[in-house]
Design a protein around this ligand. Structure first.
Ligand SMILES: C[S@@+](CC[C@H](N)C(=O)[O-])C[C@H]1O[C@@H](n2cnc3c(N)ncnc32)[C@H](O)[C@@H]1O
Length: 233
């Protein structure tokens, strides 16, 4: 199924995630709090979407390369940031053929791996492009939360889930893969990476002020999960 959320509705999505609860007030602040100093670092942003992360990386002095499967998303990034970064279209299922070995200090992949059926090809490519002391950060839906949408009721089975999300203010059908924590961990390990840090996200103080009920809920219920991975020797 063609993913309309990130193609036809790319501009609406870009607007929606600037200030919304799940991206702007939960996922991004949680992920950004895990990142090291960015000044002078080579950052590769996988599944960059409309560039909310790219903006942060550029403003903090990183050299940024960004990719997304959606031509519309890549265009939005190029329109905003011009030649202050390199952005191009890439299906992560086909690896990172345009990236050099050991070229990135930091690879980020926020909220994108659940669109990939098999993680091992991408994670293996991430290992190839990471510098030896580099870090790979990714976030995804918390396996516990996605299990509530399991068609089979078997937590350990990888499954394609179809849902309607109202991220852009009207329902849009989205499909993604849910998988167990075990499968996530095994994909990391088989790719020659190891987990250096794992977090479950923290709603921002801005959410507390602007959306106190959501803040109370998301302070007591996980929604996303965040990994920092390093290369195994
Ligand atoms: C939820 S958005 C996240 C965007 C951005 N990382 C952020 O957090 O603001 C997911 C992005 O993954 C991209 N995507 C989905 N499948 C992909 C694939 N196979 N290869 C590359 N990008 C993909 C979508 O086009 C979309 O821009």
């Amino acid at each position: 199924m063609k993913d309309l959320m990130y193609t036809v509705h790319a501009e609406d999505y870009a607007r929606a995630i600037q200030k919304n609860i799940y991206n702007a007030l939960l996922e991004r602040p949680s992920m950004l709090s895990m990142l090291p100093e960015l000044g002078g670092k080579a950052v590769l942003d996988l599944g960059c979407g409309p560039g909310a992360y790219c903006k942060h990386f550029i403003e903090h002095g990183a050299t940024v390369r960004a990719t997304d499967i959606s031509a519309e998303m890549v265009q939005l990034v190029q329109q905003q940031f011009g030649d202050t970064l390199t952005a191009y279209q890439q299906d992560l299922n086909h690896g990172l053929p345009q990236e050099q070995n050991q070229s990135a200090d930091i690879v980020v992949c926020p909220l994108t791996i659940h669109y990939l059926e098999d993680l091992l090809p991408l994670f293996t490519e991430v290992r190839r492009v990471l510098k030896d002391n580099g870090s790979f950060f990714f976030s995804t839906h918390h396996p516990m939360v996605d299990f509530s949408a399991s068609p089979s009721g078997n937590y350990f089975k990888r499954e394609l889930v179809t849902e309607e999300w109202d991220t852009i203010g009207k329902p849009v059908t989205v499909q993604f893969y849910r998988r167990s924590l075990t499968e996530l961990f095994e994909s990391i390990q088989k790719a020659g990476l190891c987990v250096a840090n794992l977090e479950e996200g923290k709603p921002s103080e801005a959410m507390k002020e602007q959306h106190p009920e959501d803040y109370a809920y998301l302070s007591t219920h996980p929604n996303f999960i965040f990994f920092e991975c390093k290369k195994l020797d």
